[in-house]
Unconditional design. Structure first.
Length: 76
């Protein structure tokens, strides 16, 4: 599984990364976690509002700071 956090480094983007790591730790699942900060790459996903969350190439959240529990539901 690959999880990508789309964002330019704003506080919400940084918190989303922490929440992703927490959700993965709680679930016991392994995933490659990548941060995508390049605006061109973010726009290639069609994301115009950050933070964005992409799981296995599919955009699952845009412009929202998901909680670790919400993320755990998406990765299960």
């Amino acid at each position: 599984m690959t999880v990508e956090i789309l964002g330019t480094g704003c506080p919400k983007c940084k918190q989303l990364e922490k929440n992703v790591l927490e959700a993965l730790a709680k679930s016991g699942r392994f995933a490659e976690v990548k941060k995508v900060e390049d605006l061109q790459k973010i726009m290639e996903y069609g994301v115009m509002s950050t933070p964005g969350l992409v799981i296995d190439g599919k955009v699952v959240s845009v412009g929202k700071l998901l909680t670790p529990d919400e993320i755990a539901d998406l990765i299960s």
